[in-house]
Design a protein around this ligand. Structure first.
Ligand SMILES: Cc1ncc(COP(=O)(O)O)c(C=O)c1O
Length: 455
């Protein structure tokens, strides 16, 4: 046994170096792990973007049971290269343009390592004063950067799905009603929340601009309305101000899902899409989408913190203390909470607001450039206005043609795009969101799409 820790695994024949973090082994393995991570990130652009494995291929190569005897950590690193990397879809690749492209930035990656080293389980304030207070402060930093109202309470959940579930649970609790309303283009997290909470979901049609239509909107028996700023398929923006007014007149809760686009409010010129946000009862924005924080990090604010507490606060005897402070577990479903604010803190400090704005503006410029190529080419068409860093487009022709182009382009390994449907038609989406993406990458994606279209 080495050092102060006693969690070291038994060693066998010189193997075993996954100790308590206090010895030479930890340093050596740690340096090797950081080295591995650095090499992975340096050469990620040489790897195929989309994994080239068949379902079950990795499973067939993994042992059915865990080892009886401990192995050196070096074996794990070796198997990363041999087993894991071939089965990765490389989200850190500069030509990852699918879904909403993301960035696990260097400071965020390193903060994850430190987070695991400290292994804080912030079930209540005294269980981790650092996690609790850094979370409150960093989420408030982001609130200020996004121009959100003073006095809102914010905390961190894992994902927007959980944040929206939590908000709808509060809506149900405070209104005593059982109906959720959202647009036909809202994220499926709304469907899942409704299902988990046993609530009815009513989908409101969208107008010609893909915004939730107000026509025929009846909210008298509604618990919660979910307005989306930056829909997943088209980045369209629901009329938050009108929806908030209508919801409040009917006694309903207004939750805003700005999981992707909300981060863009750090740029003054994007605040048009925040119109009416000050009227929201709750709001979710994911820094793990467009603020360079590695997944998972979802910020959930509310202007009605007492309603969150009355919904979620549940203090069993073993958690009672004399500390006169809120526990962040009183604002959502989870009791044990990761020290997620550490990576948010690291990213905000290392990039600064200016650095983050510069990256987002470049992403929006690149998306605009791609949209201009589509518009200028008679063989292609834009299917929705370019908003934020998303372009929705298609090759003029059949759905099958577009599906084939996408399949072939993705199979080339040179880029990865995803699709959606608009008015029943198959359309392609290019989402810029990786900090490594350059104009050359966007140009290459365009060239690959044209090459595959002409084949
Ligand atoms: C608008 C919107 N809301 C919610 C989600 C779900 O996010 P998460 O994966 O954090 O649950 C997404 C994911 O892309 C999204 O685009």
């Amino acid at each position: 046994m080495s050092g102060v820790g006693s969690t070291e695994p038994p060693r066998s024949g010189g193997a075993g170096s996954a100790g308590a973090g206090s010895g030479a082994d930890f340093r050596e393995d740690g340096y090797a792990a950081v080295d591995w991570a650095a090499r992975y990130l340096e050469r990620v652009d040489e790897l195929p973007v989309l994994a080239r494995v068949a379902p079950g291929e990795l499973s067939a190569r993994l042992p059915a049971s865990a080892p009886e005897q401990g192995e050196p950590f070096a074996n794990v690193l070796r198997d990363l290269d041999e087993l894991i990397v071939p089965a990765l879809t490389n989200w850190q690749h500069p030509r990852f343009f699918a879904y909403f492209a993301v960035t696990g930035s260097d400071p965020g990656v390193l903060a994850e390592l430190l987070c695991a080293a400290m292994n804080q389980v912030a079930i209540l304030w005294r269980a981790s004063p650092a996690s609790t207070e850094l979370e409150l402060r960093t989420v408030d930093w982001v609130r200020r950067l996004l121009g959100l109202p003073d006095g809102w309470h914010g905390h961190i959940e894992d994902t927007a799905s959980t944040s929206t579930l939590a908000a709808m649970m509060v809506a149900k609790h405070v209104t005593g009603r059982n109906v959720i309303v959202c647009s036909e283009h809202a994220h499926s997290a709304a469907d899942k929340a409704a299902r988990m909470l046993g609530m009815e979901l009513r989908k409101q049609p969208a107008d010609a601009d893909l915004r939730m239509s107000l026509d025929g909107l009846e909210l008298d028996d509604v618990a919660g309305v979910i307005a989306t700023v930056g829909t997943t398929s088209f980045a369209s923006v629901d009329p938050v101000r009108e929806l908030a007014q209508r919801a409040h007149d009917a006694g309903a809760w207004l939750h805003v899902d700005a999981a992707y686009a909300g981060s863009s409010w750090i740029c003054e010129e994007e605040r048009w899409s925040a119109d009416g946000i000050e009227l929201a009862d709750s709001l979710v924005v994911n820094p793990h989408k467009w603020l360079l924080v590695p997944v998972d990090c979802s910020l959930l604010w509310t202007s009605r913190p007492a309603d969150f507490r009355s919904t979620f606060s549940l203090v069993p005897e073993f958690l009672r203390t004399s500390d006169d402070v809120d526990s962040l577990a009183d604002y959502g479903p989870a009791l044990g909470r990761r020290f997620r604010s550490l990576k948010l803190w690291a990213v905000l400090r290392c990039y600064g607001a200016e650095g983050l704005r510069a990256i987002q503006r470049e992403h929006m410029r690149l998306a605009g450039l791609f949209a201009s190529w589509v518009e200028a080419d008679p063989d292609w068409e834009l299917c929705a206005p370019q908003r934020f860093s998303l372009v929705v487009f298609r090759r003029k022709g059949s759905d099958e043609d577009n599906e084939r182009i996408l399949e072939r382009a993705n199979a080339s390994g040179e880029m990865f795009l995803s699709h959606t449907r608009l008015h029943g038609r198959y359309v392609l989406r290019l989402a810029v969101g990786n900090a490594r993406t350059t104009e050359d990458d966007v140009r290459q994606a365009w060239d690959v799409l044209n090459r595959e279209a002409e084949r």
